[in-house]
Write a protein that binds this ligand. Sequence first.
Ligand SMILES: Nc1ncnc2c1ncn2[C@@H]1O[C@H](COP(=O)(O)OP(=O)(O)OP(=O)(O)O)[C@@H](O)[C@H]1O
Ligand SMILES: [Mg+2]
Length: 355
Amino acid sequence: MYDAEGEEEGGLENHFIFNIDKDLLIDPRRVLVRRLIAEGPYSLVYAGEYESKPVAVKVIQPMKTSDVILEHKVKFQREVMLQSRMNHGNIVKLIGACVEPAMFLLTELMGGDTLQKHLLSIRPKHLDLKLSISFALDISRAMEYLHENCIIHRDLKPNNLLLTEDKKRIKVADFGLAREETTNEMTCEAGTYKWMAPELFSKAALQIGKKKNYDHKVDVYSFSIILWELLTNKAPFKGRDNLIVAYAAAANNERPSLENIPEELATLLRSCWSENPALRPEFMEITKYLKEYLYSLWPADMTPPKVMEIEDAQNKTGEDFKGSGHVTKKSAERAKKQKSSSPSFLVCFDNCLSE
Ligand SMILES: Nc1ncnc2c1ncn2[C@@H]1O[C@H](COP(=O)(O)OP(=O)(O)OP(=O)(O)O)[C@@H](O)[C@H]1O
Ligand SMILES: [Mg+2]
């Protein structure tokens, strides 16, 4: 157990004893920080290096652990513990975490941007149908695995879906809102309205923090909006304010248009965004459906490329990370050189604090 209390600045209410598996804790001096990738209200995400492997460093704000509010410490610990249990080719792998002097988690670095940025960059074109179904399969397989392990993601959206460098595969990231599914009522926290299931918008649930009955099917609803975006490359509920979207989806049962979408996929979308969560399919069924649909897109005398298979996805994505661990002499030398010229996490941390 690691005591990261804020007696001086935060006072007793900020007192928190971390209970993170010792094997997950890493020495911040061994983490090199290279460039800022993303900045949010809760965290800063950097590209960096750890043991000669490229990593993403998600640093919780404010940077000094004793200044971080209790709620964010609890959230961080939950994120680390949940993500550390995940072992799937379509889920971003956690490498380790640090709690002092700053809280950060290390994950494998995804080199291909978020799905959100990628879709924006090719607009007004849309993805090739086979590629969009292959992406949807990646997401569905990851979600099938999460639900099998009784974990609800709760924040499935294109910004939390990361592409591999070759932009051919997707991995699910950001377990900041993920929860273990319980039979009790669960707290409703703010996700992002456009991808949130309508049952989360009932009057009681709109008051953030209220308890609400919902289940893993909220992820199936989010998936339906993502699948629609993959197929159309349009913005769902375009130009609408967040609360109006919530109202339109929940009170008026409004959904994006199915115009120009192949009938088989329109059928899938309709069932995934059903108002009644019980009528939405399980991810296991979605995976099966998409796999069959993808196969049907190839002429009868041709077999789809092996890349569509999960075994391949796991090997390939696993290799991406493992492969960079087998450094050749040349790349080891390069890594050594870079090490001496780039700041370790602690140096960067000190600089940030003194600014
Ligand atoms: N492993 C990674 N590889 C590459 N980029 C990443 C990685 N993890 C995160 N990012 C980038 O950082 C952004 C924010 O990361 P993440 O979604 O985990 O945090 P967040 O949304 O700020 O946090 P939270 O939702 O927990 O408050 C992502 O949208 C992505 O652009
Ligand atoms: Mg996110």
